[in-house]
Design a protein around this ligand. Structure first.
Ligand code: NAP
Length: 279
């Protein structure tokens, strides 16, 4: 078992140095020694982002609501030789958000990157049937918690001289998915939150950008692709004729967090296989 762990960590190091070689010149991994928090990162898009940030040199703190999911994700990525730790964080709970920040500061001395990825979608149907309870839940988790998570990390980023926040929205922010009204509205609100935060935090050298995934094959979107026939008809509506993978979303987030993106803030990148989104 130990031998396997050693082998995997050597493979990860070798892979990292191959990625660092560009035109024959060795380059440092773009996020070397950065400290990154990724919410909802034990599965799906968040997990792929956490893995990629760690592969690119960051120390990553993984989190989600369930301890066993955190333990599993941390064990998997540690087994790949990556620098990851984890803690439970239900983004809707203030004490969990505080603990996530405190964990990063205690283990790594500060925070440079936040990827706010958590979202819920508890409702399917007409906007006319949405209850107050559903509105509260969707807006609390998808929008309010993202804003408050950002508020919680800003003082730590300032101590480091700056930082980078990436908010995960959806292509549904631009083109509403049928019957997902509250979710669509919450994702459009995240585009506004990105713009507002970017303006306010630029003087503190904190950049805020947004990722808008299209249809990505995860548990979250399962109903859309688990039936083969339905999957095939959905593919017909995507210019690049396939459903996206979590990994399709990961590299662009790493880029947005890196120095290569140091002049980019308040922007949204759509990763949706060419699904029409905006002009
Ligand atoms: N998949 C798509 O097609 C798609 C498209 C556009 C946008 N997105 C967006 O991408 C993000 C991630 O979606 P996904 O498809 O990767 O989902 P997923 O595969 O279902 O993963 C969900 C993750 O969120 C965690 N989680 C759920 N509720 C949480 C909460 N309240 N606090 C903290 N963690 C929580 C889960 O772990 P626990 O159960 O342990 O909490 C799990 O790690 C969401 O913002 C979603 O809106 C997805």
């Amino acid at each position: 078992m130990r031998k396997l762990g050693l082998l995997l960590s050597r493979c990860a190091a070798a892979w990292k140095s191959v990625r660092m070689a560009s035109s024959g010149m060795a380059r440092r991994a773009p996020l070397t020694n950065k400290v990154a928090l990724v919410t909802a990162s034990t599965d799906g898009i968040g997990f792929a982002i956490a893995r990629r940030l760690a592969q690119d040199g960051a120390h990553v703190v993984i989190s989600s609501r369930k301890q066993q999911n955190v333990d599993r994700a941390v064990a998997t990525l540690k087994g790949e030789g990556l620098s990851v730790t984890g803690t439970v964080c239900h983004v809707g709970k203030a004490e969990d958000r505080e603990r996530l920040v405190a964990t990063a500061v205690k283990l790594h001395g500060g925070i440079d990157i936040l990827v706010s990825n958590a979202a819920v979608n508890p409702f399917f149907g007409s906007l006319m049937d949405v209850t107050e309870e559903v509105w509260d839940k969707v807006l609390n988790i998808n929008v309010k918690a993202t804003a408050l998570m950002t508020t919680a990390v800003v003082p730590e980023m300032e101590k480091r001289g700056g930082g980078s926040v990436v908010i995960v929205a959806s292509v549904a922010a631009f083109v509403p998915f049928p019957a997902l009204g509250p979710y669509n509205v919450s994702k459009t609100a995240l585009l506004g939150l990105t713009k507002n935060l970017a303006i306010e935090l630029a003087p503190r050298n904190i950049r805020v950008n947004c990722l808008a995934p299209g249809l990505i094959k995860t548990n979250f979107s399962r109903v859309l692709w688990m039936d083969k026939e339905r999957e095939e008809s959905i593919k017909e509506t995507i210019r690049i004729r396939r459903i996206g993978t979590p990994e399709d979303c990961a590299g662009i987030v790493s880029f947005m967090c890196s120095e290569d993106a140091s002049y980019i803030t308040g922007e949204t990148v759509v990763v949706a296989g060419g699904i029409p989104s905006r002009l």
